[in-house]
Ligand binder design. Structure first.
Ligand SMILES: O=C(O)C1=C[C@@H](OP(=O)(O)O)[C@@H](O)[C@H](O)C1
Ligand SMILES: C=C(OP(=O)(O)O)C(=O)O
Length: 432
């Protein structure tokens, strides 16, 4: 069973660090890598293995979605095995629960169109507000029959195959619109030729992740880096080779742990940090030093050491929007002003993260102003209080970072972190 977090659970007092924290942590696998790996395994030409898969609400929802499409997913151990049903298989059930997982709501419908039968999609109440209409229009343009929209719920009427071809869309609200089309593209009759027109696409590392993983499956992809054509991605039709792959630790979920070192002037090691990766969390190695922290990639992992004085920063986070909550928490603790810009799209994340951060950090005394595309923060004395999380795992991460140095922060529904990291609160409170 896949459960939403329990909204009636008691608030959680964030553990306070009396001094610099010295800790080491090994993190669960990446949500973004796991859900791409599972989806690609579902359209592959044979059984695939996903080693060290993340087991969390979002990935269990992806596994359940694949089962709903008729694929066999054995997720009993750490290494998950996916046996695809083959093109044109009839869906085993007619409903996919997207929960609050953008990767499920965006990545699964293009693949559901390959089934022979109707597949319904719905999710948590807030999921009915997250953007998807642009992707549904693009799928219609590619020859997919759809009912409903422009938000959840909707139905994909699978016909066993999809014509595919060229499509123009505005993906400024979410990179996942493009990733979704590319991940399914090789299975469409004519492949896909996806052109973005509009304000910049956010989260570009996630698109690089999509392209890299497709190539690992033997798929022929032309992207802006190889073709020199900005905002255009082409996927040739052809087989998606089955693969045995291992999942890297989730570097975005490393953010609160590394921020703990920065906030307390301590030292935190995140083990097994990959030397090369497409994960946006790797950019923490650039962002944290801008705030005065030391960052060293060692054979053991990434070591962050906190500065004597945490300073503010002026930074464009468009590529790494999911890091905004934790970066904002650090900015609220900094001794000089900060501007976080380029993240208008995170208003469409698990919650409107710009308003949520302004409200909740402000509630703890932070001097914070909302911008249309981000936040401005100025130094101010913080105090304890209740920090609402709005079913957003990364709001909980922001809360515990502030709570580590400001006594009396009560985190609402810390269990919401199970979206990408079950047991987060236990790991966090065991650090010091
Ligand atoms: O493709 C992915 O795995 C993701 C892409 C990003 O979405 P947006 O482009 O909507 O920000 C990111 O924020 C999300 O957490 C995961
Ligand atoms: C935006 C996020 O998730 P999703 O995959 O649901 O879009 C996130 O994890 O920060």
């Amino acid at each position: 069973m896949v459960h939403a977090a329990d909204p009636s659970a008691a608030d959680w007092p964030a553990p306070v660090a009396e001094g610099p924290v010295d800790a080491a942590v090994r993190l669960p696998g990446s949500k973004s890598l796991t859900n791409r790996a599972l989806l690609l395994a579902g359209v592959a030409d044979g059984p695939s293995v996903v080693r060290r898969a993340l087991r969390s609400r979002d990935t269990e929802l992806m596994a359940a979605a694949l089962r709903a499409l008729g694929h066999d997913v054995d997720s009993a151990g750490d290494d998950w095995v996916v046996r695809p049903a083959g093109a044109g298989a009839a869906p085993a059930r007619d409903a996919v629960d997207c929960g609050l997982a953008g990767t499920v709501m965006r990545f699964v419908p293009p693949v559901a169109a390959l089934a022979s039968g109707r597949v319904g999609f719905d999710g948590d109440p807030h999921m009915r507000t997250r953007p998807i209409g642009t992707l549904l229009d693009a799928l219609r343009d590619l020859g997919v029959a759809l009912e409903g929209g422009p938000t959840l719920p909707f139905v994909v009427a699978g016909r066993g195959s999809v014509p595919g071809g060229r499509v123009v869309l505005d993906a400024s609200a979410s990179s996942q619109f493009v990733s979704a089309l590319l991940l399914a593209g090789a299975t469409y009759d004519a492949g896909v030729d996806v052109v973005h027109e509009g304000p910049p696409v956010p989260s570009l590392p996630h698109l690089e992740m999509t392209v890299a993983m497709l190539r690992e499956h033997g798929v022929d992809v032309a992207d802006p880096a190889t073709s020199g054509e900005p905002d255009r991605w082409r996927v040739a039709p052809g087989p998606v080779r089955a693969l045995d792959r291992a999942i890297e630790p989730d570097l975005s979920n490393a953010a609160p742990f590394l921020a703990l070192a920065a906030a307390t002037g301590g030292r935190v090691l995140v083990r097994d940090w990959p030397r090369t990766t497409t994960q946006p969390g790797d950019r923490l190695r650039e962002i944290l030093p801008l705030m005065g922290a030391g960052c060293e990639l060692t054979d053991e992992g990434l070591v962050v050491t906190g500065p004597d004085e945490l300073v503010g920063l002026d930074v464009d986070l468009r590529d790494v929007g999911e890091l905004t909550p934790v970066v904002a928490a650090l900015c609220a603790l900094a001794s000089s002003p900060s501007v976080l810009r380029g993240v208008a799209h995170i208003r469409g994340h698990e919650t409107d993260r710009i308003t949520a951060l302004a409200t909740e950090l402000g509630g703890l005394g932070a001097d914070v102003t909302e911008r249309e595309d981000g936040l401005e923060l100025r130094p101010a004395p913080l105090h304890g209080g209740r920090f609402r999380t709005y079913a957003d795992h990364r709001m909980a991460h922001a809360a515990v970072v502030v709570g580590a140095v400001v006594p009396g922060v009560e985190v609402e529904d810390v269990a919401t972190t199970a979206k990408t990291f079950p047991g987060f609160a236990d790991v966090w409170s065991g650090l010091w």
